[in-house]
Every structure is written in structure tokens, then in C-alpha cells.
Design a protein around this ligand. Structure first.
Ligand code: NAD
Length: 511
């Protein structure tokens, strides 16, 4: 078969028939229902495989636990070397993996290649980190004592990921967890089985040359939500890192908390941008369009709420609508395409429903609706929508995973920040201004309440070097760069007495 998906799978080395479960270098058939994977580009069938069942979770976590016993003793720089080798394979197969992302998620080539670049970047970051898992030394109050922290591997980590970043989010977790000494048990979205199988295959190829790497540091379970539920409940997984909707995060958080495990939650966003009168509108318009329609509005950081000063609102709206009218929407693999399809018909229905509700709530809707002409048949293509709406409309409180941009007007920055912060989610935020004081206000404790606070760039497109994540219903987790690695390790505070006396802390006498 000469389908580009098959060519990419072959080049990566994926074996047929496809299996939903991998324990390290072994593939196992899933025991769950059969899944047919269709492309959002044209609805074509790409793969059929039996999903993992919840009953298979135990077998995988037992293997991961055994791998942990050995992996935690491999020196961290040697663990980093494994990640470096994996990154080298990713570089060699960047185009193949990007092709699979485009076919499974509908991302345009630029964004798909960019997603793989994020994986490569996090591998590089993790390699450096493998020599920098620093603990502090503190001054002891007792003579002849040393007080210091050590960071130790934590244990196998469960990773539940969403469809829209099918591989980068796993890589953020896996690369960091591996250098920290933790195996991974990955449950990707059931909408993206092929990219997951490709990633695991590349891990297997990396392991083939490394006798010191226990294969079950990398495990895969492609299954439905019930597999995720069982991972959340598994006592063998001290940390569960879950990316997806707020509803999923609530369920996972509850289950993990019941067994007093740790959860790292990366949930829905409802991201806002304020455009002040002094903004460079040229830059602002470009940032707005990329953030609002990139990945067809299916990024957790997609721009959903545009809060514009009333003095420039009409002009800005008209410029955006002009661009929306000629957006190249279509086959994401086509040259020049900027907006690909939604992931499925359910997503298109959700978009249509949200627009109908917005209208009922007084919104003035521009655009929206299915696009049937000039796009591949069988795919779900939509016109991007802009909705002028009042700040109090209840629809503004919810994330709709589609290219809908709500526009709200404001009079003073205090009001704009209040509108901005008035939603339950707290992921990404942005302000366009040329006023230093406004910029600093937005970044201050009295400014944006989000985990990501940008000035003069859009809400989407984060770099891996920073800690990524959000507040409030977004879940509070931080992944990727900065000191996010600490969540994948356990901290031991060591006190060593080399004095020959036994002085007690706080000067307590106990003779
Ligand atoms: P989803 O919540 O439907 O699914 C995400 C993952 O969770 C899938 O693997 C799914 O099978 C699993 N799952 C669903 N219910 C579960 C349960 N009860 N227990 C355990 N696992 C369960 O989300 P989606 O549609 O794939 O992705 C879109 C959502 O993800 C959006 O809300 C988006 O904002 C969010 N997202 C957030 C980030 C972030 O970093 N904050 C990144 C990407 C996506």
C-alpha cells in the first residue's frame, strides 16, 4: 500500500499487525473492543486494532515496577544518554512522525513538524537535566552535622494524554521521567493510536543498543477511558500525569487522591488576550489569528476571548474578519493551508451548538458552519467564527474546542483584567500594549491569574524551557521545563552526624 501513513509507519519500523499494548520491547494484542481509526482529513480508514482492556493494566504496571528497580540504579547521566539517543532517532524521523500527526489529528505540516520539534527539544533539555538533578545543602543548627537534600527516582508514572498533542505531551513527561529514573505507562487518546505506536517503536529501536536499559521503562496501552481510570487507581503508579478535559481531570484527581498518590493535571483552557489602545496592531492581528485558528482552534492554549479597548474594537474586528474571509482552509498537507479540519463530526456539532447558544445570549456571530467546497470529502472542515458578545454572557465561561473567538469590549485596563480573570480556567493569557506600566501590571500579582502570562505575543505556542500549565480548573500542574522535574522525583532530607555527640534539634535536653 502506498498510502503516506503506511510509508511513514514502514520507515519508522512499525510492525504489522498493529498491537495496542507494548510492555517495553514486546507487543501484546489488546483484549478490548476493536477500534477503527479514521483520518480527520478525509475520513479514510487508517488502521484497525483491538484496544487494550482495563484488565491488562496490572500486567503492565507489574512490568514497569520491575523495570523501576533496575532503572533507578542506572546513573542519571547514563539515563540521559538514552534520551539523547532517542532524540537522535526523532530527528531522523521528524518528517515521518509529522506525517502521522497530520493524518491522525489534521494538523497542518508546519504545526505537525513543530510538534515533533518540541519532542526533540525536550529530549535535549532532559539530557542536560540528567547532570543537574541538584539537591540543596542547608546549614545545620547542630555542630558536626550535615543537612542536605537528595532527589531520588519516584516510581512508574502513568501518562494519560489528549488527542490534540498526541506525542509532544507524552515526550514532555517521558523524557523528564526517564532521566529522573522513572518508567512510563502511557495511555494515549484512542483517537491517535498510530502516532503512539510509532513513538514506542522508536523507543524500542533505541533500547535495542542499550543492555543497561530495562525495556519496561516504556509501556503503552492504547485504550478507552476505562484504561485511564484503572491507571489512576493503580497503587503501583505514585504519579499520574493527565492531560485532557476538566471533566477527565476531576475524575482522575479524585481517584488518585483517594489512594494519596500524586497527580499532575493539564486540563482545559479558556484563554484570553487583552488588546490595549497602544498595541502594535500589526503584530496583534497576526498573533490573534495564529492563536485563534491554529490547529483549527483545538489547542489547550487557543485564543478564545479577545478583550479589546472600545476605541479600537471596530477596526480590529474588521481586520480580523477580512483575514478570516480568505483563510486557506483545507487539506492540512496542502501547500499554503493554514487551517485543517476538526477532529470529528462531534467536534463540529459542539461548535455549532456553542454558536447557537452564543446567538441566544445576544452574540453577533460572524462565520462558522461547515465548509463543503474545496476541501477533501469525508473530512470535517469549518469556517472560523468571530462572535461579538457582552462580557456577562454565560457561554464565555466554557471552553469549546473549535475555532470560535469571542470579542468583548472594555474601557479601562482594570476592567479588562477583571473580565479576563472571570472564567474558571487559568491556562494562557496575553496582553498587547506598548505601555510598560500596563505590561508590568498584567504580569503582577494583581494581573493575569493564569499559569502562562504573555506580553506582545499570542496565547499559544509555548517553549519547552518554561514550566507549562495553568491554574484554577486547568489543574495546577506544571510540565516540561524549569523545575517541573521535581514532581517526577521524591525528596529525601538527610541529616548526617559526624560529631561523636548527640545534640538534639531545638536545643532539647534528653539525658
Ligand atoms: P479528553 O478529556 O476527552 O481525553 C483526554 C484523555 O483522557 C484521553 O486519553 C481519554 O481516553 C482519557 N480519559 C477520558 N476520560 C477519562 C477518565 N474518566 N479517566 C481517565 N482517563 C480518561 O480530552 P481530549 O478531547 O482528548 O482533549 C481536549 C481537551 O484536552 C481540551 O479540554 C484541552 O484544553 C485539553 N488539553 C489540555 C492541555 C494542557 O496542557 N492543559 C493540553 C492538551 C489538551
Amino acid at each position: 500500500m502506498n498510502h503516506p501513513v503506511q510509508i511513514s509507519l514502514d520507515r519508522i519500523g512499525v510492525r504489522q499487525p498493529l498491537s495496542a499494548v507494548a510492555v517495553g520491547d514486546q507487543w501484546l494484542p489488546g483484549h478490548g473492543r476493536e477500534l477503527s481509526s479514521c483520518s480527520p482529513i478525509d475520513g479514510s480508514d487508517m488502521a484497525t486494532l483491538a484496544l487494550a482492556s482495563a484488565a491488562q493494566v496490572d500486567k503492565v504496571t507489574v512490568a514497569a515496577t520491575a523495570a523501576f528497580e533496575a532503572w533507578r540504579l542506572v546513573p542519571a547521566p547514563a539515563r540521559g544518554e538514552f534520551v539523547r539517543q532517542y532524540g537522535t532517532l526523532l530527528r531522523a524521523h521528524q518528517a515521518d512522525l509529522a506525517m502521522l500527526i497530520s493524518w491522525e489529528v489534521g494538523k497542518i505540516t508546519q504545526e505537525a513538524v513543530g510538534e515533533v520539534q518540541e519532542m526533540i527539544d525536550i529530549c535535549d533539555f532532559a539530557v542536560g537535566l540528567s547532570r543537574q538533578l541538584y539537591g540543596r545543602t542547608m546549614a545545620s543548627e547542630r555542630p558536626g552535622h550535615r543537612l542536605a537534600e537528595q532527589w531520588h527516582p519516584l516510581g512508574p508514572v502513568g501518562v494519560i494524554s489528549a488527542f490534540n498533542f498526541p506525542v509532544a505531551v507524552w515526550a514532555w513527561n517521558a523524557a523528564i521521567a526517564w532521566v529522573c529514573g522513572d518508567p512510563i505507562v502511557w495511555k494515549p487518546s484512542e483517537k491517535t493510536p498510530l502516532t503512539a505506536i510509532a513513538c514506542q517503536t522508536l523507543v524500542q529501536r533505541t533500547m535495542a543498543n542499550r543492555a543497561d536499559v530495562p525495556p519496561a521503562i516504556s509501556n503503552l496501552m492504547i485504550g478507552a477511558a476505562e484504561v485511564g481510570e484503572h491507571l489512576a487507581a493503580a497503587p503501583a503508579l505514585p504519579l499520574v500525569s493527565a492531560t485532557g478535559s476538566v471533566a477527565m481531570g476531576r475524575a482522575v484527581a479524585k481517584t488518585v487522591a483517594t489512594r494519596l498518590g500524586r497527580s499532575l493535571l493539564e486540563l482545559g483552557g479558556n484563554n484570553g488576550m487583552i488588546v490595549a489602545p497602544s498595541a502594535d496592531l500589526e503584530l496583534a492581528v497576526r498573533a490573534i489569528v495564529f492563536s485563534a485558528v491554529g490547529t483549527c482552534g483545538q489547542r489547550c492554549t487557543s485564543l478564545r476571548r479577545l478583550i479589546v479597548h472600545e476605541s479600537i474594537a471596530d477596526a480590529l474586528r474588521d481586520r480580523i474578519l477580512k483575514i478570516y474571509a480568505r483563510l486557506p482552509i483545507g487539506n492540512p498537507l496542502g501547500e499554503g493551508t493554514l487551517v485543517g479540519p476538526l477532529v470529528d463530526t462531534k467536534a463540529a456539532q459542539t461548535m455549532a451548538d456553542a454558536l447557537a447558544v452564543a446567538k441566544k445570549q445576544g452574540g453577533r456571530v460572524y462565520g462558522g458552519g461547515r465548509l463543503m467546497e474545496g476541501v477533501p470529502a469525508g473530512g470535517v472542515y469549518v469556517r472560523c467564527a468571530l462572535v461579538e458578545i457582552d462580557r456577562d454572557a454565560p457561554i464565555l465561561q466554557q471552553e469549546t474546542f473549535a475555532p470560535i473567538l469571542y470579542m468583548i469590549r472594555y474601557q479601562c485596563l482594570e476592567e479588562a483584567i477583571e473580565i479576563h480573570n472571570s472564567v474558571p480556567q487559568g491556562l494562557a493569557s496575553a496582553l498587547f500594549t506598548s505601555e510598560l506600566r500596563e505590561a508590568e501590571w498584567f504580569c503582577s500579582a494583581a494581573g493575569s491569574d493564569c499559569g502562562i502570562v504573555n506580553v506582545n505575543i499570542g496565547t499559544s505556542g509555548a517553549e519547552i524551557g518554561g514550566a507549562f500549565g495553568g491554574e484554577k480548573e486547568t489543574g495546577g500542574g506544571r510540565e516540561s521545563g524549569s523545575d517541573a522535574w521535581k514532581q517526577y522525583m521524591r525528596r529525601a532530607t538527610n541529616t548526617i552526624n559526624y560529631s561523636g555527640q548527640l545534640p538534639l534539634a531545638q536545643g532539647i535536653q534528653f539525658e
